[in-house]
Design a protein. Sequence first.
Length: 308
Amino acid sequence: MVVGISGGADSTALLISLARMMADLHQQNRHAGFLIAAHFNHGLRGPESDADQQFSSELAEQWGIQFVSARSTQPCQDEATMSAQRMEFLIDTAKQNGARYIALAHSLDDNVETVLHQLMRGTGPAGLCGIGGTRSVDDDLVLVRPMLRISRDRIRAALQEAGQPWREDSSNASVQYSRNWIRHELIPLIQTRYPAAVPAIDRAIQGQKTWRTTIDAHAENWIQQHQLATSPATFRRDTNTDAAILIAAMQRHWKESGWPRGSMTRDHWQRLAKAFQGKEKTVPRFDLPGGVEVQVLDDQVILRDSTN
Ligand SMILES: Nc1ncnc2c1ncn2[C@@H]1O[C@H](COP(=O)(O)OP(=O)(O)OP(=O)(O)O)[C@@H](O)[C@H]1O
């Protein structure tokens, strides 16, 4: 397992927990695999960034864990780009060393902040499920987030109790980044009136995930029963199924076909669902963003990638 370590409280706690679990397994003479601590130096905060790397490397050494690091060749301030650079490094490290898992230390609070961020920026039901606990990167590699149900406060309290220091990232305190603004301004404001808001939102996320799993199972089932041909993708029309399931089925189809979803709005998905439900008889053909052409026949709907 490759563990992404920033030197912050969450990933310090994750690395130590995994190292202890490994030690326990070794003691019981059980196979424990191997751990690699991987740190990506974004190089944005000069000596402070180097000190984070130094801290992470010393922590790994202290626990007898192999340490790998890389430095950004194109330092940038954009959160999404930084995260993508980091993921690329973690995936490369995993592949080069034959690791099957990458572990990240996102906490319950990170999940709640992410959902609030998505909610305000605009999202569908999937975005309200928050960060996934596991995700397949490919057939041989799985991304896991074992700390997702543990609060930031609990993690810090445990580190303090263990006498284990961590690095405080000064850019985490800056409200310049929208995620930090949610963490440092918005959530504390909400908590002045709703002190238990964070665990309450987490429970709503868990509930949403259960709904999502159910809808996904129906969507998968629907595709199996209604897809008549793959090239071009041909589906049987269906007046009985709810729009939510039809939309989830189509979103799965988009993903499997590698079609771009970026410009598909809620209105587009609903229009597509209506085409299946037989309420779109007057429009036999229409186009969707990303070059997908929809042809509506009496008993079938055909989808074609017109850019191919
Ligand atoms: N520079 C980095 N190098 C390697 N892994 C990282 C780095 N920064 C973050 N990660 C991993 O990604 C996870 C989520 O990143 P995020 O920026 O939300 O974390 P963070 O606020 O720095 O948390 P932490 O308290 O773990 O440092 C971290 O918990 C850690 O596992």
